[in-house]
Design a protein around this ligand. Structure first.
Ligand SMILES: [Zn+2]
Length: 403
């Protein structure tokens, strides 16, 4: 499997200028390659392959210095990016998707990507070069083709075989992403499982009844963002002050995004490692559709459940654990004790679930989390997990026997 390591990069001013110039060149190349595909199809009904374009690039590099003075590895990666965009477009056409997503010309490119080449060692084995040179000081050096070495803050070591490097400009500076190939982890034998119910009131509630508060990062700095938006709108378009205000706004949004990511990463780690659950079960929600509810859209987007599920899935794969999603229907309406579904839908303001048939009174999220865990147990009955996960459902099985 692939791991991506993210480090902060600190290029000097001249290095930064070179990087910006390089992004402009890659943008031009990307648009040129896209135009080539358009024209070949429009006038000759011919499709162009990635290898045609790479060969074309080779010819261009041999004749003009405009192309040869830029790193070839980055140019090839740009061509691969265009190819990927086209392939995805063709796939969507075949699937008959509503939005085809025709590849567009780019106004700007923010990142530079290059693949690391393999070289032969004296022993005969082929190894990829390490993109980082260790200096033994606080800062290490990243090798960038044609530029030289850029200072990076390597706060943790690289693991695995590095394959691809991306340098990206964000609102708060440059970052480097190194993709490494790591051997797959052997999945463990699951011994404990936990159901998780996500919400806007509390971020998550586990089937043990523990809660994680919703930090509401967007809501806490909403006033600040409003002020920054207002500042921007009052500046002369594309003046120096306008750019300054734009940067300040982008930085604030970046801070919110980073806070959210940090919180989610820690919450996921807590579930899998501090509490030591081998399997985590959650609902299969569709945040994209739920955001259409205009009364709750901001809160739902702020909670970023999609990112939480993605991280759960990824951490489970990385550490040999399990993450499973079950259908979300009526989890908060059904009683976790007697399985009776109440006909009345609970309002969001009602925090306690009260069962009319067995008299159970439980926190609504805790009840939903238990239901989610039961559902996963039902779905997996007959497999290895059966006996372990079904323990929580023993009471239900007994009830079924009696009736
Ligand atoms: Zn009940």
């Amino acid at each position: 499997m692939k791991h991506t390591f993210k480090y902060r990069a600190n290029p000097t001013k001249t290095e930064e200028q070179w990087l910006f110039a390089e992004t402009r060149h890659q943008k031009q190349l990307q648009n040129y390659m896209l135009q080539m595909r358009h024209q070949m199809w429009d006038y000759g009904s011919k499709s162009v392959s990635m290898y045609d374009q790479i060969n074309h690039l080779k010819a261009l590099r041999a004749t003009t210095s405009h192309y040869s003075e830029h790193p070839q590895d980055m140019q090839v990666s740009t061509i691969k990016r265009v190819t990927a965009a086209y392939e995805h477009f063709q796939r969507r056409c075949k699937e008959g998707a509503k939005k085809k997503g025709y590849p567009k010309f780019k106004r700007s490119v923010r990142s530079l990507t290059w693949e690391l080449r393999k070289y032969k060692r004296k022993t005969g084995e082929r190894v990829r070069q390490n993109p980082i040179r260790e200096t033994g000081t606080r800062y290490n050096r990243l090798k960038v083709p044609k530029l030289g070495e850029v200072k990076i803050r390597q706060h943790r070591p690289l693991i695995g075989d590095p394959k691809e490097v991306t340098l990206k400009k964000t609102a708060r500076g440059w970052y480097v992403f190194i993709v490494c190939e790591v051997p797959d982890t052997v999945p463990c034998v699951p011994k404990s499982a936990c159901g998780v119910d996500v919400g806007t009131h509390d971020f998550l509630t586990t089937s043990d009844g523990e809660k994680e508060e919703n930090p509401r990062f967007y809501r806490t700095c909403e006033q600040k963002l409003i002020r920054l938006h207002r500042d921007l709108s009052r500046k002369q378009y594309r003046s120096k002050r306008w750019y300054k205000a734009k940067d300040a706004l982008a930085k604030q949004y970046d801070i919110v995004a980073c806070q959210r990511l940090d919180f989610i990463a820690k919450a996921v780690y807590k579930l899998f490692h501090h509490k030591d659950f081998d399997a985590v079960v959650a609902e299969k929600l569709k945040p994209r559709n739920m955001v259409k509810n205009r009364h709750l859209a901001k809160s739902i987007a702020d909670a970023s459940w999609g990112m939480f599920f993605k991280w759960c899935d990824w951490v489970a794969k990385r550490d040999g654990k399990y993450f499973h999603q079950v259908p979300p229907h009526h989890t908060s309406q059904t009683c976790s004790e007697c399985c009776q579904k109440s006909p009345i839908k609970l309002k969001l303001s009602e925090r306690v679930f009260h069962c009319k048939s067995c008299g159970l009174k439980l926190d609504r999220d805790h009840n939903a989390a238990l239901n989610i865990l039961h559902r996963a147990a039902c779905a997996l009955r007959g497999e290895v997990w059966d006996t372990i996960l079904c323990e929580t459902r023993n009471q239900l099985l007994q009830l079924a026997c009696w009736s």
